[in-house]
Design a protein around this ligand. Structure first.
Ligand SMILES: [Fe+2]
Length: 149
């Protein structure tokens, strides 16, 4: 038995071979109106266990609408972002061992990465018009809930 078969056995579900070429990129609507999203084929390849997509500001989109998203949480197991172009600013409420939370603002630019733990309270505050970021989540589909401050 080869290594690939053993690995898939432990994972339960198989991941299929997948490619997604830049020249065939399809940009679609998603969670936020002012962004557009390019699925990288990972949802289909993993049977919905993982999503990897690129977000960018839609042509004519107004990223100042980020203010309207408000504090929120995503109900998922894993989420990370990696900035490809431009910048984006977040505020996080980070849980401490004491049970309290501390607020931190972070501005991420090209090459920066952030893992956002499940249900961390956060808000996207601002971004540049030329923002492009890679987001990876598991599972692919999850709920987002607004938090009243
Ligand atoms: Fe978010």
């Amino acid at each position: 038995m080869d290594v690939q078969s053993d690995h898939n056995k432990t994972q339960g579900e198989q991941t299929t071979f997948s490619t997604n070429y830049d020249q065939d990129a399809v940009w679609e609507n998603g969670l936020r109106d002012f962004f557009e999203y390019r699925d990288l084929g990972v949802v289909e390849a993993t049977g919905g266990r993982v999503k990897a997509h690129i977000l960018r500001v839609r042509d004519g989109g107004d990223p100042s609408d980020l203010h309207a998203t408000g504090l929120h949480v995503h109900k998922l197991d894993f989420q990370m972002i990696y900035i490809l172009k431009g910048w984006i600013k977040f505020i996080y409420e980070i849980p401490e061992k004491s049970g309290k939370t501390r607020k931190e603002e972070h501005t991420f630019g090209p090459g920066d990465c952030c893992v956002q733990p499940p249900e961390i309270v956060h808000n996207e505050l601002k971004c540049s018009d030329d923002l492009e970021l890679l987001e990876i989540t598991s599972p692919a589909k999850y709920k987002t809930a607004a938090i009243s401050s």
